[in-house]
Design a protein around this ligand. Structure first.
Ligand code: NAD
Ligand code: LMR
Length: 342
């Protein structure tokens, strides 16, 4: 009932009419909640944004260490959502039980010189064990996978859920929102248009050339030169590396990722709660290309994915980019599937 009350009190015109709601969704858990992305050490931490989100009624923060402090801190914020911290594997089940949305930013980040795939050996195991627990304790939850390499961790999650008999392809999302956030920022700067009006789909995957921004579909329209589009594409593809190098060994994007992660989780919650026309790019099970998983615009609804949208018209440059990314993305997907089944 408190969840319904929270939604009724929303002033946004996009909020669903309460009598149309059969059930309101509002429980979130964050796995890896004491990390650079997960914890409120900085300006726009994921947990803080989640706490401020009026659609969230309960927030469970889980990590292998450090969450009691994060939860005590975030819990003092005067919003209505309840916050609880869980620490250590023996509390993972409790953290997950009742969750409608589970956000996973658990695992190691890159250091300069590494690719996201270099994180596979450590993060694949972490994701596998967390997903095994999700299948057991909250098999119907929507999962937002942030842990890298996303191109492999999402297929790992799918395989774990399949084995447990709980897989619902409509509820598993690789979070690629940061690519969209970057593409919008870089495009606005180059095209000299107001950044808040910009939209750019980013498709493919979440690593290097598998990140394919479709600037030909960007709005507001701007007649940028081919060279500018190439440079914007490259900068979007290398955005993560730009941050890793600038942080010089102190990790990868955390603040912009916390912002992007909160945006995406909010979109999922809106969809679950029946807000119409919620569309975000995400890496999901897909049949719009030959690959079993692919990032594209996705319409979010009461059951998670409502529709995976087609790629739409692409420039020759983008078509070429699509062709070149397929083998790399395919290999990353297969690597994840193989790991989960060994
Ligand atoms: P971090 O090292 O600051 O935090 C990771 C946290 O995960 C730590 O607190 C650690 O204790 C925790 N952890 C480790 N094993 C765990 C387990 N089994 N269960 C729960 N928690 C566990 O790293 P970060 O900067 O927050 O990055 C986390 C991950 O997110 C990395 O893999 C990074 O590459 C990825 N990332 C993805 C995107 C994206 O766009 N999808 C963007 C940025 C970072
Ligand atoms: C990013 O895009 O910032 C993340 O995937 C982290 C990284 O390793 O680049």
């Amino acid at each position: 009932a408190s969840m319904l009350r929270l939604i009724r009190s929303r002033s946004s015109s996009a909020a669903p009419r309460p009598h149309l709601l059969r059930r309101a969704y509002g429980s979130e858990s964050v796995l890896g909640a004491a990390g650079g992305i997960g914890q409120p050490l900085a300006l726009l931490p994921l947990a803080l944004l989640m706490k401020l989100n009026p659609l969230v009624s309960q927030l469970a923060l889980y990590d292998i260490a450090g969450t009691p402090g994060v939860a005590a801190d975030v819990g003092h914020i005067n919003t209505r959502s309840e916050v609880a911290g869980y620490v250590g594997e023996e509390q993972l089940g409790q953290a997950l039980e009742g969750s409608d949305v589970v956000i996973i930013p658990a695992g190691v980040p890159r250091k300069p010189g590494m690719t996201r795939d270099d994180l596979f050996n450590i993060n694949a195991g972490i994701v596998k064990s967390l997903c095994t627990a999700i299948a057991k304790y909250c098999p119907n939850a929507v999962v937002n996978m942030i842990s890298n390499p996303v191109n492999s961790t999402v297929p790992i999650a799918a395989e774990v859920f399949k084995k447990a008999g709980t897989y619902n392809e409509k509820k598993l999302f690789g979070v690629t929102t940061l690519d969209v956030v970057r593409a919008k920022t870089f495009y606005a700067g180059k095209a000299k248009v107001p950044v808040e009006e910009v939209n750019v789909p980013v498709v493919g995957g979440h690593a290097g050339i598998t990140i394919l921004p479709l600037f030909s579909q960007a709005v507001p329209k701007a007649n940028l030169a081919d060279e500018d589009i190439k440079a914007l594409t490259k900068r979007t593809q290398d955005g993560g590396t730009e941050v890793v190098e600038a942080k010089a060994g102190k990790g990868s994007a955390t603040l912009s990722m916390a912002y992007a992660g909160a945006l995406f989780a909010d979109a999922c919650l809106k969809g679950l709660n029946g807000v119409p026309d919620v569309v975000e790019c995400s890496f999901v099970q897909s049949s719009i290309t030959e690959l079993p998983f692919f990032a594209s615009k996705v319409k979010l609804g009461k059951n998670g994915v409502e529709e995976v949208l087609e790629l739409g018209p692409m420039s020759d440059f983008e078509k070429q980019g699509l062709e070149s990314l397929i083998p790399e993305l395919k290999a990353s997907i297969e690597k994840g599937i193989k790991f989960a089944n060994q």
